[in-house]
Design a protein around this ligand. Structure first.
Ligand code: 5GP
Length: 193
């Protein structure tokens, strides 16, 4: 996605440990016009898959996921990281290890929002080692729903997330694929769409 790559080059900052900071348009302040284009791009790619739900994980996945859900005209569900007193019935959980935060957390989705008839598109802001997406696949798997694919805004293809997900039989579609950071600069590889 040309628009996204241009924005990463303009406003992304490479910080230590292979991390890209994109807080001026994606992970903190949000450019809703760019997010809307991202949503349309995922929706177009997955329009023939019969998607019934878009699933993501809080917090930064929510924005691209909601615009994707809007473009597909289906509900969006985000997995919660903190236990909530109002989630008192049928909760499905998975363990997720975050390399960026170096913590393990339990993520959850209320079982009433997913069922075996659903065809799910998982959306997230970044793909690094694939742990967040794997946790979501784990939860969705518990419901018997089908996963059509994982849509990623920014993939760091020098990390092993894609192979983890593809080995689980789930196709990955990334809008921008970063093959390396060289001297603080982003080097792109071929994106999927
Ligand atoms: P994974 O589970 O694939 O290792 O990491 C995915 C999650 O970690 C994403 O949901 C994102 O929140 C965070 N993350 C991983 N790499 C980066 C990065 O380079 N920049 C930012 N801002 N977040 C990242």
């Amino acid at each position: 996605m040309k628009l996204l790559k241009e924005r990463i080059l303009k406003d992304g900052h490479v910080i230590g440990e292979g991390i890209l900071k994109v807080d001026s348009f994606l992970t903190h302040q949000v450019d809703y016009e760019l997010m809307q284009e991202i949503g349309k791009c995922f929706a177009k790619h997955y329009e023939t898959y019969g998607i019934t739900k878009v699933v993501t994980i809080e917090a930064s996945g929510i924005v691209p996921a909601i615009y994707t859900a809007q473009a597909l005209n289906v509900p969006m569900i985000f997995a919660k990281k903190a236990k909530n007193i109002t989630m008192n019935e049928g909760v499905l959980t998975a363990e997720v290890f975050s390399f960026t935060k170096q913590v393990k957390s339990t993520v959850s989705i209320a079982s009433k929002f997913l069922n075996a008839d659903d065809v799910v598109l998982v959306v997230d802001d970044f793909l690094a080692h694939g742990q967040a997406a794997k946790g979501l696949l784990d939860i969705i798997g518990q419901t018997g729903a089908k996963v059509a694919g994982v849509g990623i805004v920014i993939e760091k293809s020098f990390q092993d997330g894609r192979s983890l997900l593809e080995n689980l039989g789930v196709p990955v579609t990334s809008l921008a694929r970063i093959k390396a950071f060289e001297n603080g600069k982003v080097i792109f590889g071929e994106a999927d769409i």
